[in-house]
Design a protein around this ligand. Structure first.
Ligand SMILES: [Zn+2]
Length: 402
């Protein structure tokens, strides 16, 4: 284990372990006091243990006589852990999610209750989710989280991806304006606006001038269980003439090749269909499940992109009023509706000036926020605060008298 960290979210606490090799984990809970135990055979801890966070009050780790590494988490309430393996750039990533609010992420598993035996028992966590409801869940990815996270309404999470960064400046305008600075400025303004919206929360895939690989960007969004991914860019062509905004979603050709790539890597794919493991599915079933997920995300992306281009059209000119489709790598998450916005042409001197202007950056951020809001108020995933707000709104709009 080369890294161990905790991330606290409103509906769960996530334990992230980075391992150089995959191992057969055992995760189980013990009572009096309530603890979560992670046993990893033939494993050594070289990472420093973080301090408590979220539901985890305290952590400790010890090497057992049989060579196992045992990590014990003292938790402040009873939890039902949910385990996910991911392929990470540095090796393998083990996620142990501890959902809050006494709800279970695997309600159909009879072995997951408070009467846990005091003797360690391996909890078959990941496959437990693969019940008959799997097909329904993957067909409507935004609903997955509400199925899994019964309980208090959750915030929508919007991942904002400022294009380029660090040694990758992106496109450069005639006056020397670098795309990476413009995209970060707009991303930050958009984050402020989303965070100020009730029921929404934004995360940035980068918050400074540093290089982040493309796959890492989509991975960061997935780790945070983003409901939408918005990548911000500025276009450039050799000719100074072209101007205006364009909005892209993933092309179906790239989607097909990406699905093939994911299916070749089942560990990765398991995470895409709401934690349903594809390991034990036939190739055909796995590809059907992935297809459903991807199809739902792509139509959601088109829909949301349509809302955004409409808003961009109101603040300036658009290059293409139609949503465009292309094979951009950052749009390839099969389970997260993903949109790439070319805000303007940095290669056009007039637009380069505007892109540098904080007032225009704010207008772009306003337009994107309105697009995001319009989309989610017409397609609010059940179990979210926005879905509740929308219901209240509709109730408020009912005529008072016949
Ligand atoms: Zn770019």
């Amino acid at each position: 284990v080369i890294d161990l960290r905790l991330a606290s979210q409103p509906e769960k606490t996530r334990v992230v372990l980075e391992l150089t090799e995959k191992t057969q984990q055992k995760v189980f809970t013990l009572e009096n006091p309530t603890r979560v135990v992670i046993d990893l055979p033939a494993t050594t801890l070289v990472a420093k243990l973080p301090s408590g966070n979220g539901v985890v009050k305290n952590l400790r780790a010890a090497k057992r006589d049989n060579g196992d590494l045992r990590v014990v988490l003292d938790v402040s309430q009873a939890v039902v852990p949910n385990v996910i393996w991911l392929a990470a750039e540095t090796g393998h990533r083990l996620l142990v999610d501890l959902p809050l609010g006494g709800t279970t992420s695997a309600p159909n598993n009879p072995s997951l209750n408070k009467e846990m035996p005091a003797t360690p028992v391996a909890v078959p966590v990941a496959p437990a989710v693969a019940t008959s409801s799997a097909a329904v869940m993957v067909a409507t990815p935004p609903a997955v989280k509400s199925v899994l996270g019964l309980g208090a309404a959750r915030d929508l999470i919007i991942a904002i991806d400022a294009g380029h960064g660090g040694e990758d400046p992106g496109a450069i305008g005639r006056r020397g304006t670098q795309e990476k600075h413009v995209t970060l400025a707009i991303a930050k303004l958009l984050k402020q606006r989303i965070d100020a919206e009730p029921g929404m929360r934004a995360i940035l895939t980068r918050d400074g001038d540093h290089f982040v690989p493309l796959r890492e960007r989509t991975q960061r969004a997935r780790q945070q269980q983003a409901d939408m991914f918005v990548s911000i860019h500025a276009d450039a062509v050799a000719n100074a003439g072209p101007s205006g905004s364009s909005v892209y979603t993933l092309s179906s050709k790239r989607a097909t090749s990406e699905a093939a790539r994911y299916l070749a890597d089942r560990e990765n794919a398991a995470d895409l269909v709401g934690g349903v493991s594809l390991d034990d599915k036939s190739g055909v079933l796995a590809s059907v499940l992935l297809d459903l997920t991807q199809g739902a995300s792509m139509s959601a992306s088109m829909d949301a992109a349509g809302h955004m281009i409409k808003q961009l059209d109101r603040i300036g000119n658009v290059h293409n009023i139609q949503v465009q489709q292309a094979g951009f790598m950052v749009l390839t998450s099969p389970d997260i509706p993903s949109i790439l916005v070319e805000t303007a042409f940095i290669s056009n001197p007039a637009e380069e000036l505007r892109l540098k202007d904080p007032r225009h950056q704010a207008r772009i951020a306003d337009a994107l926020l309105t697009g995001v809001r319009d989309y989610f108020y017409s397609n609010s995933p059940p179990g979210t605060r926005v879905a509740q707000l929308r219901l209240n709104q509709q109730a408020g709009n009912l005529p008072l008298s016949p």
